[in-house]
Write a new protein. Structure first.
Length: 165
């Protein structure tokens, strides 16, 4: 296998893996966020983990393919190496995900509190505006007048519009 074939094979695998990840994102889109995001991390780890095929060479292959071939056909002893790579990359990915969650959590809490304060302020302002409208004379007439707008007037000349050239 030449270097170009090796690069081409990895390029094709990368495109296929990204397509599978995209499908996985579409399939998990309806789920609760705290279930959806770890499933997406697991999917990315499964599809994007490489492993060494032969320790004497620099050849790498997708760990999921090596594991499947070794388990299905019992042709080599690389399955345990691939599983250890899955464990290592999975631990790294979940550590990064946990750091992301711990960073996102207080930010979302503050944003939720600001949103609730803004909604409460808007409700207070609406109540104050309503109280001012009720206290003014003829407030009921004004509300009715603005609520029931008259229909637009018909154009002059019987309603027929001629195009101009």
């Amino acid at each position: 296998m030449t270097e170009n074939d090796y690069t081409l094979a990895w390029g094709l695998y990368a495109v296929a893996a990204l397509g599978c990840i995209w499908v996985g994102f579409k399939l998990t889109g309806w789920m609760w966020r705290w279930l959806r995001e770890p499933l997406r991390v697991i999917l990315a780890v499964l599809l994007l983990t490489p492993t060494v095929v032969d320790p004497g060479k620099d050849a790498m292959a997708p760990a999921v393919a090596i594991t499947a071939l070794d388990v299905a056909f019992k042709v080599g002893n690389n399955a345990w190496r691939a599983v250890s790579d899955f464990a290592m990359y999975g631990l790294i990915a979940f550590g990064l995900y946990l750091a992301f969650v711990l960073l996102r959590w207080p930010l979302e809490k503050r944003a939720r509190e600001r949103r609730e304060q803004a909604e409460a302020a808007a409700k207070r302002q609406a109540a104050e505006d309503e109280a001012v409208m009720v206290d003014t004379p003829l407030a009921g007439e004004r509300r009715d007048r603005y609520r029931n707008d008259p229909p637009p007037a018909a154009p002059a000349g019987g309603g027929r519009v001629e195009p101009r050239l």
